[in-house]
Every structure is written in C-alpha cells, then in structure tokens.
Design a protein around this ligand. Structure first.
Ligand code: V47
Length: 354
C-alpha cells in the first residue's frame, strides 16, 4: 500500500511512513491532517482560562536547552513562598475566571518535599474550584530520587495533596543519544514513560510534550511520537500531545538555524496523523507564536493551551509571545481565523461554546 493509500484509508502509520510524510508538500500533508482533525473536532478550537506559575528557577539539573534555570545563564535565582503563589492566584482571579493553575518548577534541592506538596493542598483549600495541573515526570523523578521514595509513593502523595492532572513537560526527545546530549542526568525516557503509565493506572490523565527544532533529526521526532502511541495503546491516559518549538536564546545549545514555519507546520500535521489514539494536538502559542498557532489549527492542531498570563520557561529562552493573552483577544483571534472557540476544562470537557 502506498503512503497516500494509507492516508486515504486511515491506516496506522509506521516510523518509515512518518519520516516519508515530511517529503510530501505542505498542502497535501495539511489536507490529510486537517481531514483527520475535522473528523475528530469539526470547526472547534479549544482553549482554557488558566494561569501558569513557575515557583522556583533553582535547579540541580543542567539541560543545555534551558534558559530558565538560575544555575545556567539566568542570573536571577528565585523561590516563591506559598503565600506568594496564593496571592498570584488571588490576583489572577480578580480579573479573570481561571479554572486551572499549571505549576512547573525547577528541581530545587534546597526546598523540602513539603514545600512542593503542601502548596497544592493550600491551593485546594483556598480555591477548591481550581484544577491543579502540576509536577512533570521530571519533577517526580527528582523528588523520588532526592527523598528516597518510589515513583508510586510520590504519585500517592500528589493525589493526597490535591494534584488533579500531570503536565507533559520533561519529555524533550526520547532518543537516548540526543537526550544524553541535551539533558544528561535528567529523567530518562523509560522513566518518563513509566511515571506516566503509573499515573494513568490510577485513573488519572496527563499530557505529553516534545521539544523540537534543536539538534534532533526528523526520525527522532517520529520515534518520540511512536513511543507515546505505544503507551497510549496500553493506558489511554494522554489527553494532548504538545510539540514545543525550541527557543534558542540564553542557553548552551547554540543552535543557529531556527526551524522554518513550514517545518513546524509539517510537524504539527504529522503528529496529528501519527498519533491516531491521542485526541488533542496542542499548538502551545507561547513557543510557536499565536499567529503560527492559529495557522496550525488548519494543519492538524485543535487546541491553543490557554490564556497563560505569565510564563517564565520559554520567555527566558527568547519566546516573544509568552506573556499571556486576555480572554477577549483569544476569542477574537479564533473567530477571525474562521473557527469556533470552545472553552474547555483541563480534561477537555466543554464549558462554553462561543
Ligand atoms: O519540558 C525548556 C520546555 C517544558 C525551552 O502539559 C523549552 O499542557 C522551548 O511542560 N525552548 C516545560 N521550550 C513546559 C511544559 C508545558 C508547556 C505547555 C503546556 C503543557 C501541558 C506543558 O518547557 C520543558 C521543556 O521541554 N523548554 N526550555 C526552550 N529553550
């Protein structure tokens, strides 16, 4: 069967197929990805009203792509107190009806396990209506190693303290050789996948990211998607796949060539076609820019993340658009692009169709 026949018949695609998809012209590829996206979600573009908080940038790990960690090129170390985190949320709630707080931190050995966990209970106590999406598999691995706990024990504590779902960070690129080069010593690919499997076994949901546009090759991206597809076949716990466009400022990777917009759009389209068992493809506009994220909606993606408000990890690495969007702006941008805005909750239940 030819690749085009496979696409026409919605056949499952192999590693070789995925690599060959990059050789199709953007419009042909986009047509197939858009067809698949529309069969799943029609004209809808999903978003949520959320707030990202990155409570500390002090990190024991040394990922070459990271500009956020204060151990690297960021000269301003900080650790927020619980009270600061709570008042940041209070401030957000004064002007927008956020339904989710997304918390991702660096791996800070100076703060105790309690610092990490207690803040979740405090958030739940003060704002019981907020969905807490927190602790990447990389952070869980860090906490387990640092405090001599098993992954399951950390997961147990997360659930006890009110974490509702896990974000998809820390996945980077699963290929072991690339991973060794870009983030040696951090959670391994096998551990990342195992932690999400354990989380899913508890009946909980999570996301999966992929950092692309640095030193990886196309085949590494497809391999990354296939490892996720295999786990999703087993557990069904992934809500969304999020290709994160690498930002090149202030870090140690020294990548000269930024990806072309065509390569970025092709990667969104290919992820829609390869990941036949993950419902949502998120174009995280903080790394792709809002304009390209909107175009990505025609190339397989269906979700924009949210209003975000404040984001530090990508903006430290040069992302110009990582400062948040108001609800009204997000609605207008989706509508003028010809799509129907759908505000969702963190688990993709529809809250409001505009
Ligand atoms: O894993 C670090 C990435 C991620 C850079 O689950 C960089 O809904 C680009 O996990 N250029 C953390 N990216 C962010 C994250 C996330 C974001 C949005 C939505 C969700 C979700 C999760 O930030 C890390 C890493 O891959 N990152 N440095 C950089 N220079």
């Amino acid at each position: 069967m030819t690749l085009i026949e496979k696409l026409e018949n919605n056949e499952r695609l192999s590693l070789e197929d995925g690599i060959a998809l990059y050789d199709l012209d953007l419009f042909t590829l986009g047509q197939y990805a858009n067809k698949r996206r529309r069969a799943l979600h029609g004209n809808k573009v999903f978003f949520n009203v959320n707030r990202h908080i990155n409570p500390t940038n002090i990190c024991k790990d040394v990922c070459k792509f990271c500009a956020f960690s204060a151990n690297r090129k960021n000269p301003n170390p900080y650790t927020m107190s619980h009270e600061e985190i709570l008042s940041a949320l209070e401030n957000s709630l004064k002007h927008s009806a956020i339904t989710e707080v997304h918390i991702v931190s660096a791996h800070n050995p100076a703060t105790g396990l309690e610092w990490y966990l207690e803040v979740f209970s405090k958030i739940k106590e003060r704002f019981p209506f907020l969905h807490v999406k927190a602790l990447t598999a990389a952070e869980i691995n860090f906490l387990a190693t640092e405090y001599g706990l098993s992954f399951d024990e950390v997961i147990e504590k997360m659930i006890e303290h009110g974490v509702d779902s896990m974000p998809g960070g820390g996945a980077e690129i699963f290929d072991e050789a690339v991973r060794e080069y870009i983030c040696k010593g951090k959670v391994s690919s096998e551990e990342w996948l195992h932690i999400h499997e354990l989380w899913h076994k508890r009946g909980k949901e999570s996301n999966a990211t992929m950092l692309f546009g640095h030193v990886e090759k196309r085949e590494h991206r497809i391999d990354h998607m296939l490892r996720l597809r295999d786990l999703q076949d087993k557990t069904g716990g992934f809500n969304a796949f999020i290709p994160l466009v690498y930002q090149r400022d202030n870090n140690y990777l020294h990548v000269k060539d930024f990806l072309s917009s065509t390569e970025i759009l092709k990667t969104f389209a290919i992820s829609r076609l390869m990941l036949d068992n993950i419902d949502h493809i998120k174009a995280y506009w903080a790394t792709s820019t809002i304009n390209l994220a909107l175009v990505a909606m025609e190339y397989g993606a269906d979700d924009l993340d949210g209003t975000i408000e404040v984001e530090s990890i990508q903006s430290a690495a040069g992302a110009k658009s990582a400062k948040g969007l108001g609800l009204q702006s997000i609605l207008e941008l989706i509508q003028t692009s010809g799509f129907t805005p759908v505000e969702r909750d963190s688990l993709y239940n529809e809250r409001k169709i505009y």
